[in-house]
Write a protein that binds this ligand. Sequence first.
Ligand code: SAM
Length: 303
Amino acid sequence: MWRSKAPRGADAGCAFLCSPDGASVDLLTSTELRDLLAQQHVILSKRFGQNFLIDRASLAGIASHLPAGESIVFIEIGAGALALTGTLASRGKRVVAFEIDDRLRKVHDVLLVRDPLNARIDMRYEDGLNANWTSLVNPDETPILVGNLPYLRSTDTVLKLVQTGRICRAYLMFQREFADRLTARPGRHEYGSLSVVLQTFFAVERLMDLPPDVFFPRPDVHSALLGLDRHPAGLADEETTSFLRFVHGAFLHRRKKLADFFRRTGVPLTGDFAAVSELRPEALSPTDFVDLFHSVSPARNHT
Ligand code: SAM
């Protein structure tokens, strides 16, 4: 049977700026996690992608990439068994942690009851992708998004992040193949509309690869941690939605030349657009897409 042992993080003795290896956080082993879940009668759900981090070295690796500071508010999507939440609490002013599965509340109550940092953890049992992230922080705070979400919600996460201008940094874990798409460069077969959209708004860095056995239960897939830093997109705020639609439309038939997309959207195939209409969408960089978006906008019948 799992029993609460030393207070989580009690050995840290650090209010902020813990050692970057995150060693102060008491991560559950697979046996402790299994026992705690059994004790609380929680059966993990595949639908919610409940594969929890159990590897201390991986947690230390993740922690080493995370910033720390008194103005930082971490917004965590998918707290699970709080593997990352304690580390985030030790590195920022507070954590707003979303968990969609209300059954985990009982598990959290056990884990948080003796945690000296629990006053900094604001648990919310709701869909973190439906939340208004901007409203969670005050003007003088720095929001940082952190999450490890199921594959099915990865696209929603990226699109919401891009459209939430208040969030300038994020650390997100994705299935490896999805991370490959987000980091792909023009010309690569993984390069697509999501690569263009994310890289238009963010500098994307692949920070770590995580094999299946660092999670419990062991998933069938590998994961990768990406670090995202917002950079100027060259678009006005009010252009964002039509830019996303534009890029999506251009990649709808990715094997066809852009002439096909131009015909569908009323862009002339003559003049300045003649040469580019001969290219496939995957040949254009994110900056090329922004330039094309601006130059075709006045020439199109509709957006
Ligand atoms: N962060 C923990 C870790 O690394 O061990 C848990 C990761 S687990 C892969 C994903 C967690 O996200 C699960 O606990 C799941 O219930 C939760 N989840 C899935 N979709 C969610 C959503 N839309 N909003 C909030 N939580 C979600």
